[in-house]
Design a protein around this ligand. Structure first.
Ligand code: 5RP
Length: 219
């Protein structure tokens, strides 16, 4: 199976977690695009979606799925999103698509996080994928210095402005031995909007697309 076929497979499999009559939390990325396309097939059975990016909102609306304001929603049973890396504890690196902050916000509102990914994303230790950090532009150089002091090589993602009007630093070579501690540390620096380490907001379930079909990992 190709990577695209694996993404389509897990996008479809995630429908099993969507509760009838509910509001669905929707992530961002090529795997989530497959989920959105699958969701269109059951759109009459859901109230609508809370989306984590302008791109996902556009795709949802194009399918006739209502996109709700996150501030108008008290709780969401399920948030479905992809990952750049996921480990065996459900900890993830996210933000390859620059949507990490809104992804974390929707994940925070949701009761459970269902990660959908092809098997290339499963790793023993997080950190081969550069860790994205969304920053307020005037703080970028200072945050890059702080990241360097932690052993990371922070590079500005040139030409990218997030949906929140901010910049992204991609941090190469970070050893994520303790993702929870690293997330907490980076989050508190002035100018950091959010860090793409999802440890507090880890996945509860991962639907992993493999050559043998969808494997369900629970954490
Ligand atoms: C976007 C993300 C995505 O979930 C992540 O980049 C995975 O994307 P894809 O499904 O295209 O591989 O965090 O900010």
């Amino acid at each position: 199976m190709t990577q695209d076929e694996l993404k389509a497979l897990v996008g479809q499999a995630a429908l099993a977690y969507v509760q009838p009559g509910s509001i669905v939390g929707v992530g961002t990325g090529s795997t989530v695009n497959c989920f959105i396309d699958a969701l269109a097939g059951i759109k009459d059975r859901i109230v609508g979606a809370v989306s984590s990016s302008e791109r996902s909102s556009e795709r949802l609306r194009a399918h006739g799925i209502a996109v709700l304001d996150s501030n108008a929603v008290d709780s969401i049973p399920v948030y479905v999103d992809g990952a750049d890396e996921i480990d065996h504890h459900g900890f993830m690196i996210k933000g390859g698509g620059a949507a990490l902050t809104r992804e974390k916000i929707v994940a925070d509102i949701a009761k459970s996080f269902i990660c959908i990914a092809d098997e290339s994303k499963l790793v023993d230790t997080l950190g081969r994928f550069p860790v994205p950090v969304e920053v307020i532009p005037m703080a970028a150089a200072q945050i890059a210095r702080r990241l360097r002091a932690l052993g990371g090589d922070a590079r500005l993602r040139v030409g990218v402005v997030t949906d929140n009007g901010c910049s992204i630093l991609d941090v190469h070579g970070m050893a994520l031995i303790d993702p929870m501690a690293m997330e907490r540390e980076i989050n508190q620096w002035p100018g950091v909007v959010s860090v793409g380490i999802f440890a507090r907001h880890r996945a509860g379930v991962c639907l992993l697309g493999t050559a043998q079909g969808v494997k369900t990992l629970t954490f």
